[in-house]
Structure formats: structure tokens, C-alpha cells
Design a protein around this ligand. Structure first.
Ligand code: FE2
Length: 180
């Protein structure tokens, strides 16, 4: 997984949006934001995924295929929804099986976008309460495993004044030591 500051240049969200030269984001910065990730080779991944799932209490999982063939006519609309800035009341856990994509996460307190370029073998945990968005890259295809604890709580809360007061948003900012 590669992490770098998003360039904020208008244009297709599927392009890399890397600064020239790139402005990499360190592991320390990601750790401060409570973002966790592991690299687990896809071949033979089951055992390691099972171990992390057991340790972190992820009892359930399913697979999602984001592509024109996987989603049909809903694809372009879905991409727009995935790319609206939002947060959840639960962790968003994804293990990439095929294809590539970008998770953009908001750094606090700078409010800059950090782009996480994910590829097969990346297991990413986006914490509850962090603003984020997702897109495929220009290859237009990603297959990922979604892991979750009980019932999936993937309700997106779009960024707003109201969401700022969501206890999970407040709790997240508190956890990373940023005053709301
Ligand atoms: Fe999300």
C-alpha cells in the first residue's frame, strides 16, 4: 500500500492524483490517525486472514466485486456514492484480492486528503469516525473481502455539521488527540 497526499487537482477521481514530485505519508502519520494495515500475500492468505479476524473479532465476511461487469448499470452511480466524503460508526475492513483502488482518508487536524493506493494483498482497517471515500483506479475493477463483527454497519454518514456531533466522530477525534 502506498500513501501520499492527494493533489486536489480537478479531474477523474480514478487517476492517481499524486503531487509531482509525490508527497509520501509516513507510517507514523497513518498510525496517529488510527489507520491499520497489513500486507498478506493473496496466495495462501486464508490462514493469516483467519488469525487477524479471530484476534480482532471479525466473525463475518463477504466478497465485493466493484466493476462494470460486477455491478452493471449501477456501476457509475455506485462509484459516485463511494466517492462522497463520509464516515461510519464502525471500522471499514477491506482485504484486496484483485485489482486496484484508492481509499482517501482525511488527516486531522490538517483536513488534507491522504490517498491510500491499495493492491492485492493489502488488508486495511479504516477506523470508525474518520472521514473517507473510495474509488477504483483507471483499471475500473477491484475485488475485495469485507470483514465485519456482527451485522455490517456500513451506513455512510456524509460529512456535515450534524455528523461532526456524531459520538463516533467525536470519539475518533478524542482517540487521536485532536479537539473536536
Ligand atoms: Fe466507507
Amino acid at each position: 500500500m502506498r500513501a501520499y497526499y492527494y493533489d486536489n487537482v480537478p479531474g477523474d477521481q480514478r487517476r492517481s492524483h499524486d503531487h509531482l514530485p509525490s508527497q509520501p505519508v509516513s507510517d507514523e502519520t497513518l498510525t496517529k490517525l488510527n489507520i491499520k494495515y497489513w500486507t498478506i500475500p493473496v496466495e495462501g492468505h486464508e490462514e493469516k486472514i483467519n488469525a487477524i479476524a479471530a484476534e480482532r473479532g471479525y466473525k463475518n465476511r463477504d466478497n465485493i466485486h466493484v466493476s462494470k461487469e460486477g455491478m452493471g448499470d449501477a456501476y457509475e452511480d455506485k462509484l459516485k456514492i463511494f466517492f462522497s466524503e463520509h464516515m461510519h460508526e464502525d471500522e471499514e475492513i477491506r482485504y484486496i484480492l484483485e485489482g486496484q483502488g484508492f481509499f482517501d482518508v482525511r488527516e486531522s487536524p490538517s483536513d488534507l486528503w491522504i490517498r491510500l493506493a491499495v493492491e492485492p494483498g493489502d488488508l486495511l482497517v479504516v477506523p470508525a469516525g474518520i472521514y473517507h471515500r473510495f474509488t477504483v483506479d483507471e483499471s475500473n475493477m477491484i475485488k475485495a473481502m469485507r470483514l465485519f463483527q456482527d451485522e455490517p454497519k456500513w451506513v455512510p454518514y456524509n460529512r456535515s455539521e450534524e455528523t461532526e456531533h456524531n459520538p463516533h466522530r467525536v470519539g475518533y477525534l478524542h482517540d487521536i488527540g485532536v479537539a473536536a
